[in-house]
Design a protein around this ligand. Sequence first.
Ligand code: SF4
Length: 146
Amino acid sequence: MTTRRQFIKIVPLAGAAFVVGCSDKAAEAPKVVAVAPAPVAAPVTNEPAVTPAPAPAATTAPPSAANTSTMALVDEKDATAVALGYVSNATKTDTTKYKTYAAGQHCGACQLFQGQANAAIGPCTLFAGKQVNGQGWCSAFAKKAA
Ligand code: SF4
């Protein structure tokens, strides 16, 4: 005869065996259902919304001065130099040929001179990759703005 206590022990085991036995999908892997997290409400405050500070504008470094230490000097016999009447010493300018020359004009005072005004030598935009003499001159001289 089965006692009540034995019956209570048997019922869960029998139920579990029944469920396993009846399930035709018992061998399948359990499905995983992705559940999106519930949206989180922003905290309510009385303070005004803080907008992030704008990112600093990208700064472009000013073009660095060319490394002039390795730049060659313009040769007065270079084709461009000849065409422009360049001389490394302005006082030697052929004034009969270049009537625009005036005393005091020299590369260091020219707008196209890229070096310091008093520099002995410096780059000139007309002679890419080369340097001119600060005391030189050519027919493209343009007085530097004061
Ligand atoms: Fe000199 Fe100006 Fe002529 Fe250049 S353009 S060679 S800086 S005078």
